[in-house]
Design a binder for this molecule. Structure first.
Ligand SMILES: [Fe+2]
Length: 479
């Protein structure tokens, strides 16, 4: 099999740039007046070395700003320590998710433990007035939302213990607060659940849950009263992480006999009030969770095991493009508080990933629509957008040959009357023109409204957020 037709999506961006007005086909709604800011890899190469996994490339920010039907654009590398050291040394300096940094003996003697990466390539959040680019080390990078220049680390004023976190914190709109967790890799591992006011830099520890082996968890669920940590049996060998020299994720072992556990943690006091057990499965992304009657409903994108992680190394992505696993099964788990076993149903057959909802309106509540990417053929890479109606259990597709769309971000229309009144913003690659583009769909009708042409390609990215022009609130901020 030759090189994948979407290989350009894993090639370095040719340049950083700023454009005041990009060419548009179609019409952008006049009410769209904010900015979509995204993060993802900008390059997979440093000197003669290459990162090995999609999640590893050095982070680059992308910004699309909308005003009076026009679209401005900028892209710029994040000048993290990982980036600066790589530039200075001409080689990979910090280990990433699936790549190890090779150090000289002198460097290893001076610095025997692997250093955490600050390569903030996964998601964007807003804390107070600070725009943050984040990854799974608790070292968010503050950037200027207009110039995209790197400013500083976001400095926490607390001592909540932990070295690993999620790039997908949850926001509680009633409390105006963030909920998230850290994994503390002390000799006795624990999960530190915390809360942080929206404008603060102080995390309040609300609960600490001891565990024998920490699980790899990319996201978590949240209802009105509970945090749900879904502990997949992809479990950390702590000693291996410290001494093996293997890439970060390869120190986790898939132990299906352990099953998957849902830890239900009360937000008010940090107590684990329920543990739901299920057959082993793996997921990156929770979609939504809510309470109804005597149960907690948890929607997520499931895989039978953790082999999706192996599938997203660059070698299989580029050279075995008929055997890729890049989307999973949309499942609804039911956690009944008086029953140990969690049960599930498949919401639709259509594979999905990078799921988004109308977050401000629907998170922690009953809802109807999930937007995501999908695959037109089993074993192929992401090549379509999917809108799932979880109430009527059906899916609509946007697909076009040679196009590889990314995470669909929902932006609600002003005073939207219905859950899906608004637009979808998705950055895709057109392998025919060899350029990226921004696709704008009517989220309700699922029709294409406009397409914005970029003058070059961008590597495939992960997550982004839409911000109002005055970004002093989380009013349009989705996960
Ligand atoms: Fe994610």
């Amino acid at each position: 099999m030759g090189v994948a037709p979407y290989a350009l999506g894993f090639a370095a961006a040719n340049q950083e740039g700023t454009f005041e007005a990009l060419p548009i086909q179609g019409t952008i709604p006049g009410w769209l007046r904010g900015s979509l800011i995204r993060t993802g890899p900008g390059t997979f190469d440093v000197g003669k070395q290459s990162y090995r996994h999609w999640f590893d490339g050095l982070a680059m920010l992308r910004r699309f700003s909308f005003e009076d039907g026009r679209v401005a654009f900028a892209n710029r590398f994040i000048e993290s320590r990982a980036y600066q050291e790589a530039q200075a040394k001409g080689q990979i300096s910090r280990g990433e998710f699936g790549t190890t940094a090779r150090h000289s003996l002198i460097e290893r003697l001076r610095d025997p433990l692997p250093r955490l990466t600050d390569n903030a390539t996964v998601n964007i959040t807003l804390q107070g007035n600070h725009f943050l680019s984040v990854t799974e080390s608790p070292m968010p990078i503050v950037f200027d939302p207009v110039s995209l220049s790197t400013l500083d680390y976001f400095h926490y004023q607390d001592s909540v213990p932990g070295q690993i976190t999620t790039a997908h914190p949850h926001f509680d709109f009633r409390e105006n607060a963030v909920y998230s967790y850290l994994v503390n890799l002390a000799p006795r591992c624990s999960y530190s659940i915390y809360r942080m006011d929206a404008t603060s830099n102080q995390r309040e520890l609300i609960g600490s849950i001891p565990v024998k082996q920490a699980a790899y968890m990319h996201t978590f669920g949240m209802t009105e009263r509970y945090i749900i940590l879904t502990e997949f049996p992809l479990l950390l060998n702590r000693l291996s992480l410290l001494v093996s020299g293997k890439p970060y994720i390869e120190n986790y072992d898939w132990q299906p006999e352990q099953g998957t556990r849902f830890l239900v943690i009360r937000k008010s006091d940090g107590k684990v009030v329920h543990t739901g057990e299920s057959e082993a499965f793996f997921a990156f992304h929770h979609v939504n969770a809510f309470e109804q009657d005597n149960e907690i409903v948890v929607d997520l994108v499931a895989y039978p095991n953790s082999s999706v992680i192996q599938s997203l190394y660059l070698e299989p992505l580029l050279h075995h493009s008929d055997q890729v696993i890049a989307a999973g099964e949309l499942r609804r788990y039911h956690l009944e508080l008086n029953r140990a076993t969690a049960t599930y149903e498949v919401l639709v057959e259509e594979p999905i990933e990078l799921p988004r909802i109308h977050y401000q309106r629907c998170n922690t509540r009953q809802y109807q629509f999930v937007y995501g990417v999908g695959c037109s053929q089993s074993g192929h890479f992401i090549d379509q957008l999917v809108k799932v109606d979880v109430q009527n259990r059906n899916a609509q597709i946007w697909h076009q040959s040679d196009c590889y769309p990314g995470e669909p971000v929902f932006v609600a229309a002003p005073d939207a009357a219905t859950e899906d009144e608004g637009v979808i913003l998705s950055v895709g690659l057109d392998s025919q023109t060899q350029n990226s583009f921004l696709l704008i769909l009517n989220a309700h009708s699922w029709d294409e409204m406009a397409r914005v042409q970029l003058p070059y390609h961008l590597p495939f990215d992960f997550h982004g957020q839409y911000f109002d022009p005055i970004a002093s609130s989380w009013s349009h901020l989705h996960r």
